[in-house]
Design a protein around this ligand. Structure first.
Ligand code: ADP
Ligand code: MG
Ligand code: ZN
Length: 455
């Protein structure tokens, strides 16, 4: 396996190249002063090629590959899981240079604190502790490099201890592929399939938005079976179409495959975020906008890339950030004159930021330079704020100030988007056509330039 076998994951591969360089030429890497990585966590929905990427990383570097899955440990007797972890690391160390891959690490690595115990967790805890001590116990050095890779689609449930520096402190996001990515994946999986001369891969990719790499591999395989069943000489786009229907039926109505209306709404929403980020003076530039669902719950996303590390953030910048968060819903109201549930995460983040502005950072004139945020308390593993020292009147003012800040920025976002309505339409069309675009698309839309999907 090499990276040639992985399609549509250029960003993830870019981030993994350093690992290869280290595995291949550890002395060289060390001599140049590179900090040797230890653990890499691959994060993404099922079937997007995390296992494949881990294997291909070992393959590219030409080192041994050791694989296990967290779910295998769950049913074991106490002590067995921990022993297995020890064995695995010992084998890998002997075979070094090597890559250890732990799939579904959330099965053993769930947060230990807090939640009420129902028993049966001892094994997991022992296994996790063994894993942590194995990771800490060896120093990756140039003579026998071992890299630990792990995969999960639920990073939020992982025990924070796993993510600490020197453990899985690198995270690589692996998402569902966009249009170009799906073309690459379909090409990879049609290598041994006889496609009809007029089989249009791009058209096939357009028919499969929201599908993972594994889904696409399945569909291609199913198409070949269908073509064989009707004794055809080659696979046509009609076979492919039929295969999609079968796979979709097998997947049961999955929300990952969006209908056109939903797609358009999501495209407007994300374009709204991106345009506001470009229009306000203090926002980080947009690096990527996508309407390919990245995780359960999220329908699209807009990535902003900070230009520098920030230590102090001015009030104006915070307000601009809130305006950007409100940009999604603002676009929806302008276009549809109605609103959807697609903004709940934006609203939560904006509210949280506004709350901190008034209760922690003294940024409301009404409330002054006073701290109102309560003491953080640990309660059942989560952080809870103790606000019992605040008078009801003060709480009312805090709530009113939060509402004012968020509402002002939402109105500001709406105003800006109304002024740039044409750019909003153009960027949305661009997104609907290409599914994911980089920051230059925002500038092009604002300049009124038509674009084609980039290869
Ligand atoms: P994950 O580990 O993320 O659940 P896998 O790596 O197990 O996904 O993917 C299962 C199979 O689906 C792979 O063996 C491969 O055939 C196919 N596949 C998934 N993602 C890709 C991709 N990005 N490029 C090519 N094939 C892929
Ligand atoms: Mg896998
Ligand atoms: Zn949003």
């Amino acid at each position: 396996m090499t990276y040639k076998d992985v399609g549509g994951a250029d960003e993830a591969i870019g981030e993994l190249r350093e690992i290869i360089q280290f595995l291949k030429e550890p002395e060289q890497f060390e001599r140049l002063g590179g900090r040797i990585p230890k653990g890499v966590l691959l994060v993404g929905p099922p079937g997007t090629g995390k296992t494949l990427l881990a294997k291909a990383t070992a393959g590219e570097a030409g080192v041994s590959f050791f694989e296990t899955s967290g779910s295998e440990f769950v049913e074991m007797f106490v002590g067995v899981g921990a022993a297995r972890v020890r064995d695995l690391f010992e084998q890998a160390r002997k075979a070094a240079p090597a890559v250890i891959f732990i799939d579904e690490i959330d099965a053993i690595g769930q947060s230990r604190g807090g939640v009420i115990r129902m028993g049966g967790n001892d094994e997991r805890e022992q296994t996790l502790n063994q894993l942590l001590s194995e990771i800490d116990g060896f120093t990756t050095n140039a003579t026998n490099p071992v890299i630990i890779m792990a995969a999960t689609n639920r990073p939020e449930v992982l025990d924070p201890a796993l993510l600490r520096a020197g453990r899985f402190d690198r995270q690589v996001i692996v998402g569902n592929p966009d249009l170009i990515g799906r073309q690459q994946i379909l090409r990879i999986h049609s290598k041994n399939v006889t496609l009809a001369p007029d089989f249009d891969i791009e058209r096939a990719a357009r028919m499969t938005p929201g599908f993972s790499g594994a889904d696409l591999a399945n569909i291609m395989n199913e198409s070949a079976l269908l073509a064989a069943r009707r004794n055809a000489e080659h696979v046509t786009i009609l076979d492919f179409e039929e295969a999609i229907e079968r796979i979709i039926a097998g997947l049961e109505q999955r929300t990952r495959v969006m209908n056109d209306d939903v797609k358009r709404t999501v495209a407007y929403h994300e374009s709204g975020h991106a345009l506001i980020a470009a229009l306000v003076p203090n926002a980080d530039p947009v690096s990527k906008i996508s309407i390919v669902p990245r995780s359960r719950g999220a329908l699209g996303y807009t990535l902003q890339m900070p230009e520098e590390d920030r230590y102090l953030i001015r009030k104006e910048e915070l307000l601009d950030r809130i305006a950007v968060m409100m940009g999604g819903r603002a676009a929806e109201t302008i276009i549809y004159e109605q609103i959807s549930t697609g903004a709940s995460d934006d609203i939560q983040r904006a509210t949280e930021l506004a709350r901190r502005m008034v209760t922690e950072w003294g940024m409301s004139e009404k409330l002054g330079w006073v701290r109102y945020a309560g003491q953080q308390m640990q309660y059942l593993g989560g952080a809870v704020e103790d606000n019992s020292a605040l008078s009801p009147e003060t709480r009312d003012v805090i709530d009113a100030e939060i509402k004012r800040i968020v509402t002002e920025q939402a109105e500001r976002a709406q105003g800006l988007l109304s002024q740039h309505r044409k750019a909003l339409d153009m960027l949305t069309d661009d997104l609907l056509r290409c599914e994911s675009v980089d920051g230059s698309a925002v500038a092009a839309a604002l300049a009124g330039e038509e674009r084609v999907c980039e290869k």
